[in-house]
Write a protein that binds this ligand. Structure first.
Ligand code: AMP
Length: 399
């Protein structure tokens, strides 16, 4: 079975084709600047040169058609015909409280995705556009929606209820949802498999990328996760602030004469390590290099970043009354051995966590990085959200 996985943004579309028999990636690519001048498709086949096609893409339907042309192209294609695609899996950001798991797309599902536009104003409309573009370009092929919020729907009310008047939950479904759910779900199921943990293992996953979040799960079921109603809550990120006193919004708005929308834009796009470093960069490598060269703000930004991750790990160990394994994933988690080492050594000694420096000298592959006498196993595990989307898609279309 071959699954096309799509992740649509408002002006972009990322795709992969995965062969489910081997779990091999056959090709992947990106359509950029959809609906804007200068549209471009970049198509990558492992072991071959990249193929780039610059041509107008007025909408997502044209982008999907160009993807279909690339994957069936005589020279750069990987399929003889589009008939070889068995189903399409779509990443959908927000399922609100309507979806607890992935689902086959039908009119009801599309209406529900539309109902969640308010909760995911930047992503959900684009995700739906991608679904409708596939329905138009490949009529009859099953489409599956995989929600970034499904994993967090496993939380109990005590973990997802905010301490504000309950009417806001009742009227508007204001609650903790959590994001990066596909990644947390993939890693928290894969980890017990490779680490040979018991069925009800208590696992903490640190997804540390440009966006960052931590989750706690028992036996693969989410107990808590750091992002909230939106992806703004929780850890310090590339450009997002994470947790802060909500009164700061009013205080800065009044001082600067800006409104709450402008303030949220600052918290989402100009904060995090970018803001703390005084605008040096949102890329952890740049901020790390500046800190090494003596930039004090960058140094504090990275210290605060690690401190926040460690506080969440401590909180989640308490929430689960223990932890069997901690796992690092995503850009920083998979590549930055220094961050992994410092988070564990500076703050997690009391849990009996011990990092093995030699084992930790690794990037981007599944590896145990804790010492044999560590009381908690620590792992590096590359996330694979596309594979998880493809797995859910396969499961639903072969039901
Ligand atoms: P992601 O969102 O998972 O793609 O992660 C992207 C982030 O990973 C980038 O912003 C980089 O700052 C970070 N990153 C990638 N490689 C490294 C590295 N070797 N050291 C530190 N950070 C890294």
């Amino acid at each position: 079975m071959k699954i096309l996985v799509l992740n649509c943004g408002s002006s972009s579309l990322k795709y992969q084709i995965i062969d489910m028999e081997t779990k091999d990636l056959l090709c992947k690519g990106l359509c950029e600047r959809i609906g804007i001048d200068g549209s471009k498709l970049t198509h990558k086949v492992p072991g071959k040169d990249d193929f780039v096609r610059q041509e107008a893409m007025p909408d997502h339907k044209r982008a999907v058609e160009m993807v279909m042309e690339a994957i069936t192209d005589e020279v750069v294609g990987v399929l003889k015909s589009i008939d070889e695609v068995d189903a399409i899996g779509h990443r959908v950001l927000h399922g609100g409280n309507l979806f607890t798991k992935s689902c086959l797309v039908d009119e009801k599902c599309k209406a529900a995705i539309r109902e969640c536009f308010d909760l995911g104003p930047l992503h959900n409309p684009a995700n739906l556009m991608g679904i409708e573009a596939c329905e138009a370009a490949m009529p009859g092929k099953p489409n599956v929606a995989v929600f970034d919020t499904s994993f967090g729907m496993g939380m109990e009310p005590k973990a997802y209820t905010y301490a504000i008047p309950i009417e806001y939950y009742e009227k508007y479904h204001v609650r903790r949802y959590g994001f990066h759910g596909t990644s947390h779900d993939y890693v928290s199921h894969r980890l017990p498999e490779i680490a040979k943990l018991p069925e009800n293992a208590k696992v903490i996953v640190c997804h540390l990328g440009n966006g960052a979040s931590v989750s706690a799960s028992i036996g693969g079921k989410c107990v808590d996760t750091s992002m909230g109603l939106t992806p703004l809550e929780g850890l310090i990120m590339g450009t997002r602030s994470g947790d802060l006193d909500p009164a700061i919004l009013q205080y800065i708005c009044n001082k600067e004469g800006i409104d709450v929308n402008q303030m949220l834009n600052i918290l989402n796009k100009k904060s995090g390590i970018f803001g703390m470093s005084g605008g040096v960069s949102s890329d952890f490598r740049d901020v790390g290099a500046a800190a090494d060269a003596g930039d004090q703000k960058c140094k504090v930004a990275l210290e605060a970043y690690r401190y926040r991750v460690a506080k969440y790990i401590g909180a989640y160990a308490a929430a689960m009354n223990g932890v069997d394994a901690i796992c690092f994933t995503a850009g920083v988690g998979e590549n930055d051995k220094q961050a992994r080492k410092l988070i564990c050594e500076e703050y997690l000694g009391y849990l009996g966590v011990k990092i093995d420096d030699q084992r930790n000298d690794v990037r981007g592959k599944e590896a145990l990085i804790s010492a044999d006498d560590s009381k908690v196993q620590v792992w590096l595990l590359p996330t694979n959200e596309e594979l998880k989307i493809a797995m859910d898609t396969q499961a639903l279309v072969t039901k």
